[in-house]
Design a protein around this ligand. Structure first.
Ligand code: XIL
Length: 352
């Protein structure tokens, strides 16, 4: 035994030179995902139905670190009657976010399109209207306190020209609708003082009139002591939209000093709603370049004001645009088989 040990150890010393131990090469980062590369949150709208599909949830968890409810946290979905709430779906989304370390952005406490039927048909006077809404905001924001770290308090109150929407129950009920919205921001603040509170709307960067109205509202809130932390511009765009005016508009919006959220990004390619549309390689590239340009314009904002970029869905398989725009529409970062599109690479390249 002793001999064998000696022989073996001799063998070792006299054997052929062992290959040199590999020196570890410089750690080359494997393909970074958008959430890994970005210095701000990357969000997606989601639904409880979509979460049932494993390929969907794994894509969501791998590439995004924030979620928002595509519709299940809107008033008409939660506020089932004047004395009851339906929390199930909203709870499911919030629990999913919590369990998977995703930040939850609440969307949206108020939206003219989402007052429940029982509420609008009650024709409340302004005092009852506000008491009811205050109770609602307090209930929702308190329930998700600490998990929904930010909220869209009000959504789409202005027309593109900056006038208030007349088809808003708030407009019909209050002499000074903006002051009512200001008080609603305060109710949300009282329910969760740490939550970041946003005003959300579409085409703010592109429509000068709307942008002016939003900035005026922010000024007024500051003057009159109503809380507001950020502005979300939805960015439901078309590849044909004017990038230069979007960029200057976004920069102008940031002069408010508030957090800026590109809150519902998707980029339509079938601009003419054509039944014969083909999402060809060149169309895919055009969309990728557009994603890149949008991410780049966001990156040009002051770092402290970059809240998040949220895409309005994960995959072209489930996008609201299939119904609302055209069945042949491909607006998101992943294709129907959860493969990264050129759009994804464009987004990634646009990040600093
Ligand atoms: C849309 C959802 O995507 C749809 O599923 C729902 O039926 C209607 O609302 N602006 C918004 C979003 O602020 O809440 C809207 O979401 C899209 C436009």
């Amino acid at each position: 035994m002793l001999l064998l040990t000696i022989l073996l150890s001799c063998d070792k010393e006299e054997g052929p030179t062992a290959p040199p131990i590999e020196t570890p090469e410089e750690e080359v980062p494997a393909d970074l995902t958008i959430k890994e590369k970005a210095k701000f949150n990357i969000g997606s709208a989601t639904t409880t139905a979509a979460l049932k599909e494993p390929a969907y949830t794994s894509t969501l968890k791998k590439h995004f670190n924030q979620v928002t409810a595509e519709y299940e946290m809107k008033m008409a979905h939660i506020w089932s009657s004047s004395t009851s709430y339906s929390w199930d779906k909203a709870d499911e989304l919030v629990n999913f976010a919590k369990e998977n370390n995703l930040e939850m952005h609440g969307h949206t406490l108020l939206w003219y399109k989402s007052f429940p039927g029982w509420f609008t048909s009650a024709n409340y006077d302004s005092v009852s209207f506000e008491n009811k809404v205050k109770t609602y905001i307090t209930a929702v924001v308190s329930r998700y306190k600490g998990t929904a770290i930010s909220w869209d308090v009000a959504n789409e109150i202005f027309n593109d020209n900056g006038s208030l929407r007349v088809d808003d129950a708030v407009y019909v009920t209050f002499k000074d609708p903006v002051a009512f919205y200001g008080r609603c921001f305060q109710y949300a603040r009282d329910a969760d003082p740490a939550a970041k509170l946003f005003y959300n709307d579409y085409r703010i960067a592109l429509s000068g009139g709307k942008r002016y109205a939003v900035k005026q509202m922010v000024e007024r809130f500051k003057r009159e002591g109503f809380p507001i932390d950020g502005i979300g511009d939805q960015f439901h765009t078309l590849v044909s939209s004017g990038l230069a005016s979007m960029k200057s508009g976004l920069k102008d919006l940031a002069t408010t000093g508030l957090l800026i959220h590109i809150s519902e990004l998707d980029i339509r390619v079938n601009v003419n709603k054509s039944d014969n549309y083909v999402f060809s390689t060149s169309e895919q590239q055009k969309q990728a370049d557009f994603y890149k340009a949008i991410v780049e314009m966001f990156e040009e904002l002051p770092q402290a004001q970059k809240f998040a970029i949220t895409t309005w869905g994960v995959t072209d398989k489930n996008t609201w645009l299939s119904d609302w725009w055209h069945p042949k529409e491909y607006p998101l970062l992943f294709d129907k088989n959860f493969q990264k599109k050129k759009a994804y690479d464009g987004f990634l390249e646009g990040l600093n």
